[in-house]
Ligand binder design. Structure first.
Ligand SMILES: *[C@@H]1O[C@H](CO)[C@@H](O)[C@H](O)[C@H]1NC(C)=O
Ligand SMILES: *[C@@H]1O[C@H](CO)[C@@H](O)[C@H](O)[C@H]1NC(C)=O
Ligand SMILES: *[C@@H]1O[C@H](CO)[C@@H](O)[C@H](O)[C@H]1NC(C)=O
Ligand SMILES: *[C@@H]1O[C@H](CO)[C@@H](O)[C@H](O)[C@H]1NC(C)=O
Ligand SMILES: [Zn+2]
Ligand SMILES: [Zn+2]
Length: 292
């Protein structure tokens, strides 16, 4: 009897694991793949790395085939550099493990589609000792930010989102106020979206990309409606408050951090404990708004 139950338990667990990882299925046969190889899954990998800003399609004639070219190698090296992995340009197990974890879809690099990002600002503020990245700041006269919810926003998300705003208020000069006007009038526009939703960064169903937000002064802040969202930290669900805390960092102008303890680290797993700000997050927001 007990063995039957534990067998069922294992069956259910593996089904959950398979569903959770369905999105990065293309990574599973790529262990050890390197420049010059042909391998199933490299097309999807190139799309994924291009979405995140590591591969520039303009530099590759192999975007639509499974050949591992120079541009992919330089993208893999840049990914490994960003996350402080061994920089080999080879798809080793450590690199694939990190890539297959769910994450925020805001790109780690900005050389292509985010033309509104001030690249010289980013360069000036990229310090070698720190891990945080500053992308863009709100102007000095803008410290009260209004937020609005798109009409389809799930009601149970509102309290966790407000808590996330309140946490950032404690370590930054910003106040967050709900707008009494229309959705489009909020400085921060919050919504649950699915698949292609018109901003150039489509979501992908459950797993994979979980949410994203745009830098100042854009303010769009989207959750992937196909994830299993929750108001609590629980096995098998995603904590709205934890993800919101990360996305508000982008709304304020912080990029991704390579510090795994930082709220601004891009990867987060289902059931993962909720993070509090690390020293890296605090140093980042202070460096972005030094006079407040
Ligand atoms: C990936 O390749 C490495 C080196 O060849 C090997 O040690 C490791 O076991 C492989 N991992 C998997 C999951 O196949
Ligand atoms: C971009 O940032 C640099 C460095 O902070 C600044 O000197 C420059 O004026 C900014 N340019 C624009 C268009 O905001
Ligand atoms: C923000 O709002 C507070 C209270 O309403 C006000 O005292 C303050 O001057 C405002 N700050 C800015 C920068 O508008
Ligand atoms: C979270 O971090 C902030 C800033 O360091 C601190 O003020 C607060 O007490 C921390 N909260 C918890 C629950 O540890
Ligand atoms: Zn992010
Ligand atoms: Zn979006």
């Amino acid at each position: 009897m007990t063995s039957k139950i534990s067998f069922l338990y294992i069956l259910v667990l593996s089904a959950i694991l398979i569903i959770c990882h369905a999105h990065h299925e293309f990574l599973k046969d790529l262990n050890g793949t390197r420049k010059g190889d042909h391998a199933n899954g490299l097309i999807e990998l190139k799309k994924f790395l291009s979405y995140l800003g590591y591969v520039n399609p303009a530099n590759s004639i192999h975007m639509n085939d499974d050949f591992f070219d120079d541009e992919l190698e330089s993208g893999v090296k840049e990914y490994q550099t960003f996350f402080k992995l061994k920089v080999t340009g080879v798809l080793d197990q450590e690199t694939l493990n990190l890539m297959s974890k769910p994450r925020c879809g805001t790109p780690d690099h900005y050389f292509m589609r985010n033309s509104e990002v001030n690249h010289s600002f980013e360069k000036v503020h990229l310090s070698i000792s720190s891990r945080y990245r500053l992308v863009k700041a709100w102007p000095p006269n803008k410290r009260n930010l209004t937020f609005s919810y798109s009409p389809n926003t799930r009601l149970d998300a509102k309290v966790p989102i407000v808590i996330a705003f309140r946490k950032w208020s404690r370590i930054s000069p910003f106040r967050f106020l709900i707008t009494h006007g229309r959705y489009v009038d909020g400085d921060i526009k919050i919504g649950f979206k699915r698949w292609d939703h018109g901003d150039g960064y489509p979501f992908d169903g459950k797993g994979g990309i979980l949410a994203h937000a745009f830098y100042p002064p854009d303010g769009r802040f989207h959750f992937d409606a196909d994830e299993i969202w929750d108001t609590k930290v629980r096995q098998g669900t995603l904590d709205i408050q934890g993800v919101a805390l990360h996305e508000v960092g982008h709304i304020l102008g912080l990029g991704h951090s390579a510090d795994r303890n930082a709220v601004m680290f891009p990867h987060v797993e289902y059931g993962e404990p909720r993070k509090n700000f690390s020293q890296d997050d605090i140093d980042g927001i202070r460096a972005l708004y030094p006079n407040n």
